[in-house]
Design a protein around this ligand. Structure first.
Ligand code: QAP
Ligand code: CO
Length: 165
């Protein structure tokens, strides 16, 4: 197991579109384990491979209070089930210290592959629905700050730059 470095906004590599996983071997398994370790250490609830500079369609998540319900989504797709949206205060390990409200579809079906390449699907509402959409955005090179006003986004970018300096 290894802890990986997390890219922070506005790192240009966060904009790379991730490629589907085609081979389910030891290296994907290792990546998943390392992503869980990285996410736990950073006290996150979701992490996309793009955030650790690996541009493959892999997401890990644990939204449980006890942090004992690991979820893995490889090559995930969603289908929006209802037109309703859910406003949620989102954060991101790549935008540390900032939370802003984003509205996304509240009810989706997730179709994905597991660690062994087996297909599964599940219906998602609430935080799970929000989180999977946030993480799939990462695989597309999108960040939650992209949904904010240019003014808010720029403020965040400048404050992060200051924090790092
Ligand atoms: C995505 O984000 C998410 O700023 C996952 O200082 C979050 O795990 C989707 C984190 C909320 C929906 C709602 C953020 C940890 C973790 C920070 C995360 C921080 C420390 C963010
Ligand atoms: Co994020």
């Amino acid at each position: 197991m290894a802890r990986l470095d997390i890219l922070e906004y506005p790192h240009p590599r966060l904009r790379i579109k991730a490629e589907p996983v085609t081979v389910f071997d030891e290296s994907i398994s290792q990546l998943i384990d390392d992503m869980f370790e990285t996410m736990a250490e950073a006290q996150g609830i979701g992490l996309a491979a793009s955030q650790v500079d690996v541009h493959q369609r892999v997401i890990v998540m644990d939204i449980s209070d006890e942090r004992d319900e690991p979820r893995i989504y490889i090559n995930p797709e969603i289908e929006v089930l209802e037109p309703g949206t859910l406003p949620y205060d989102e954060g991101c390990l790549s935008v540390p210290g900032f939370y802003e409200t984003v509205e996304r579809p509240a009810n989706v079906i997730i179709r994905a592959l597991d660690r062994d390449g087996n297909a599964f699907e599940e219906e998602a509402v609430g935080l799970l629905a929000v989180c999977i959409q946030h993480e799939i955005d990462h695989l597309e090179g999108r960040l939650f700050v992209d949904y904010l006003s240019p003014l808010k986004r720029d403020r965040i970018r400048k404050k992060l730059k200051k924090q790092r300096a």
